[in-house]
Design a protein around this ligand. Structure first.
Ligand code: FAD
Length: 317
């Protein structure tokens, strides 16, 4: 069966949910193999095998961990040239997209970014549904040259357990000096909010100018659902919420199972970051707000009444 590479997204050995989603997609297409770069492959192996990774190609070297993405691309390209996988799946985050582009050039292959679905097609081809123009359209796309390299957005598949007798396969590869690129001289850990990562979360609750700067109702509602908290640019520009939480054309793009917009009007630039969400709910006191054009469920009301009432119901259930 054709081998499908999946680049493991992990933070200090903790495998992120996106990886399990990618392994689930890989199992549809062929035999999943994980690529694990950095320390902790042996600890991660059980999780990766649980989601179908038959093998875990691992490299733990300062040649990779001490640099930005260039050595990762070098490693994946070298492995792909040797083992000729049927496809390479990479998380569609900023680092992943840069790795994908570099691997595509090194292997003379086609690249698809921001895939939200990947399926086997006739004749062994792979068809993707791709979100383009900042989420304004979705198109069907196939790679027609080389190895399909596909960057897949978080929440594009529900992770399915598919136990495999996975094993770690250490790969010895020296990254040439010329391929290392930018070196990391200092790394600062981000302060944790205790909430899920915005781009990975299954549920996102976002607040806009309608909060008037008071995000307490948005946060309490998010916490009752185990959700991440996002914000519109108006809220970020006002200094009410950090820029890292901005959703939209000039912020992050999210595609959760459930997106709740509270006090957000639904400007085109905001939609660009959230309109591929599976279910969209809006709470807005203006029945004419444009956000209601794209919602699955809309509540016309004051967010400071609606959200606490919903939070109370969820907590009581
Ligand atoms: P508003 O448009 O002011 O809407 C506030 C809403 O809250 C209104 O609909 C109002 O009815 C409702 N409301 C008020 N009080 C309550 C209440 N108590 N309860 C319930 N509802 C209430 N925007 C982004 O979000 N992300 C981007 O990445 C982004 N990039 C941009 C890039 C460019 C180049 C430009 C020009 C703009 C960009 N914008 C972006 C800005 C965008 O055009 C809008 O200005 C912004 O999204 C508006 O934010 P908002 O919906 O929170 O505020």
């Amino acid at each position: 069966m054709a081998e499908i590479f999946v680049l493991v997204d992990h933070a200090n050995g903790q495998v992120r949910k996106t990886t399990n989603e990618l392994l689930t997609i890989a199992a549809r297409l062929g035999e999943p193999s994980a690529i694990y770069l950095g320390p902790g492959a042996a600890d991660a192996q059980a999780t990766l095998a649980k989601y179908g990774a038959k093998r875990v190609y691992a490299l733990d070297s300062a040649d990779v961990t001490g640099y930005l993405v260039a050595p990762q691309a070098e490693f994946i390209a070298a492995l792909a040239k040797k083992l000729k996988p049927a496809a390479i799946l990479i998380p569609a985050n900023p680092a992943g997209k840069e790795i994908g582009a570099r691997v595509a050039i090194k292997t003379d292959s086609g690249l698809i970014t921001d895939a939200i679905d990947v399926q086997p097609a006739d004749g062994g081809a792979i068809e993707t549904t791709q979100s383009v123009f900042a989420g304004s359209y979705t198109v069907k796309a196939k790679v027609t040259k080389g190895t399909p390299i596909i960057c897949v957005k978080p929440n594009s598949a529900a992770p399915q357990e598919n136990a495999a007798a996975g094993q770690v396969v250490p790969v010895n590869l020296t990254i040439p000096e010329s391929a290392k690129g930018a070196q990391i001289t200092e790394a600062k850990e981000k302060q944790s909010t205790g909430r899920p990562e915005l781009t990975e979360a299954a549920i996102v609750v976002a607040g806009g100018r309608g909060t008037g700067g008071d995000f307490s109702a948005v946060e309490a509602f998010a916490d009752s659902l185990g959700a991440a908290v996002g914000a519109s640019r108006a809220a970020v520009d006002a200094g009410w919420y950090p820029h890292t939480s901005q959703i939209g054309q000039t912020g992050k793009q999210v595609s959760p199972q459930l997106y709740v917009a509270a006090g957000i009007s639904g400007a085109i630039q905001h939609r660009a970051g959230m309109q591929t969400s599976k279910t969209i709910v809006a709470v807005n006191k203006d029945p004419e707000a444009p956000i209601f054009e794209l919602v699955d469920f809309g509540v016309v009301g004051d967010l400071f009444t609606v959200l606490p009432a919903a939070t109370e119901k969820i907590q009581a259930s």
